[in-house]
Design a protein around this ligand. Structure first.
Ligand code: AHR
Length: 519
């Protein structure tokens, strides 16, 4: 005879099985949430930052359709995308690139629309752009979203004067020629832009420089980029390509605290030359991608240890201002547009990466997934007047509870699920935070064929604690959300949670992400 509680658990597990991968085998895991040992470190909301580049259909088509478009829009911004991003509480948006930034001349994108001239986007497929989305359109979008703008300045093909004037145009309230130009273009008040990237990938598309040369150039630029009334300009240096620790070492020594932050880029794919497709992969392709993704922890640890040695007071922040999965483009799409599908594999990768970022927020103060719409690991994809929310979107939506919450250390076993050619995949990924007295715990079970019974306890456990949860999973790890079809990957309430002595026990489906709220 089974009691009612057990019956309920079985029923709810069955419910979970119907929407997730069916798994016969089982793992067990433990998570201890050390909420009495939290030291006040906050997970900056900027860890949940986004990146928008003039690349493929990210800006044109994805964010901006123009006022005269038949696609429903607010002042030219697509309404569906705008609403989806508002829901995500995007904290910061980087623009205009990427590689595009070092080819962009901001004066082309101001003034009356009909007077703006077109350019070829030479970095990304030579696509013609009419410059209808420029400084005003970007900064007004940030106001609509309630997020901080993060501008990447052109160092590669621009000049100090050009970038200094851009900052003045955006931030000065003086009666100067440049600020008056902004006023003449319809914007009285400065926007008070806080984040300014001095170049992008200076080691590559941003000018192919050595770190020594770039450091000197950074200092030259930084000297003339002023802070105007109302905002201290935070100057961000172009940082390393993933494992290039020498770049960080040289910049930290040569630039030091003249920079507010240094920005590393880290992309995950199976193999740079044979990336494979987003939705076509075998089990090995799944685990190998996750192994490469979680290796970001080793990578950022090493960058942080260099920074700790050279900047023990923590004056310089680490940003990861480009990260995400990078697959071959979808067949039939422009190779220069980097349009890729987004499956439960991408969602799992995002969840595990965010859990890692939380641990290093003492130094990591911003991260920007690439990219927000229609490019690489996007939040939303559009086709004509249709839009889908990707599995990665759902992770960001579930995890937004961690934004600006107090980081809580967690202890999980360090069991390895599997070893791959790119390293190990942990059996369980977890993180926790607390805000306004509410605990949130995010968990990811990467196993493709095993459910996981997780015993979760926390220091301040009370018998009458209220626990609720949501889950993200799908029947097949290759599932993605397609235009005009019922979404296959969606967040659902999760009830396979039962109270046990000192905590709860959770039946995590295979390949699932769960976020618990404990009050
Ligand atoms: O996100 C696509 C490109 O990747 C960016 O433009 C560049 O900075 C990076 O190499």
């Amino acid at each position: 005879m089974i009691d009612m509680k057990a019956a309920r658990l079985i029923l709810t597990s069955l419910f979970a099985v119907t929407i997730c991968i069916t798994a016969a085998a089982q793992l067990t895991g433990t998570v201890h949430v050390h909420d009495n040992s939290a030291d006040g470190t906050v997970i900056p909301k900027e860890i949940y930052g986004q990146f928008s580049e003039h690349l493929g259909r990210c800006i044109y088509d994805g964010i901006w359709v123009g006022k005269d478009s038949p696609i429903p829009n607010v002042d030219g911004y697509r309404l569906d995308v705008l609403n989806a991003l508002k829901e995500l509480k995007v904290p910061v948006l980087r623009w205009p690139g990427g590689c595009f930034a070092d080819d962009y001349h901001w004066m082309d994108g101001i003034g009356p629309q009909e007077k703006r001239t077109s350019i070829a986007n030479n970095t990304w497929g030579g696509t013609m752009e009419d410059n209808s989305f420029g400084t005003h359109e970007f900064l007004n979008l940030c106001e609509l979203l309630g997020c901080e703008p993060y501008i990447s300045g052109n160092v590669g093909s621009g000049s100090v004067e050009e970038l200094a004037k851009w900052v003045e145009y955006m931030n000065s309230d003086a009666p100067s020629t440049v600020a008056d130009m902004r006023r003449a273009n319809g914007r009285e008040e400065p926007w008070h832009v806080k984040y300014l990237g001095i170049g992008n990938e200076a080691w590559g598309c941003g000018g192919d420089m050595t770190p020594e040369y770039y450091s000197d150039l950074f200092k030259r630029y930084a000297t003339y980029l002023r802070s105007y009334k109302g905002e201290r300009l935070l100057k961000v240096a172009s940082g390393a390509s993933d494992y290039d620790y020498n770049w960080t070492e040289v910049c930290m020594k040569a630039i030091g605290s003249r920079m507010s932050a240094i920005a590393v880029h880290y992309y995950s794919s199976l193999d740079w030359n044979h990336k494979g497709q987003a939705a076509k992969f075998d089990n090995e392709g799944y685990y190998t991608l996750l192994a490469k993704a979680v290796d970001i922890e080793n990578c950022i640890r090493k960058h942080i240890s260099i920074m700790d040695r050279l900047d023990p007071d923590g004056n310089v922040d680490l940003f990861v201002d480009e990260w995400g999965t990078w697959w071959d483009v979808e067949p039939g799409t422009n190779p220069g547009h980097l349009f890729q599908q987004n499956t439960m594999r991408d969602a799992m990768m995002a969840a595990m990466t965010l859990n890692i970022f939380h641990k290093y927020t003492r130094r990591i103060k911003m991260a920007n997934i690439a990219q927000v719409v229609n490019v690489l690991q996007s939040m939303v994809l559009t086709k004509g007047d249709r839009m889908v929310l990707t599995p990665t979107y759902h992770v960001f939506n579930m995890y937004k509870v961690h934004q600006d919450a107090e980081f809580i250390p967690v202890e999980t076993g360090d069991n390895v699920l599997t070893y791959t050619s790119r390293g190990a995949v942990p059996e369980l990924s977890a993180s926790a935070s607390r805000k306004d007295g509410v605990l949130h715990v995010s968990l990811a079970n990467p196993s493709l064929d095993k459910t996981q019974t997780v015993k979760l306890d926390w220091d301040s456990f009370r018998k009458d604690a209220k626990v609720s949860a949501t889950v993200l999973c799908s029947k097949d790890i290759h599932d993605f959300n397609d235009f005009g079809k019922e979404p296959r990957v969606a967040v659902k309430p999760f009830t396979a949670v039962r109270k046990v002595a000192g905590g709860v026990e959770i039946e995590m489906p295979a390949a699932s992400v769960v976020v618990l709220e404990i009050k």
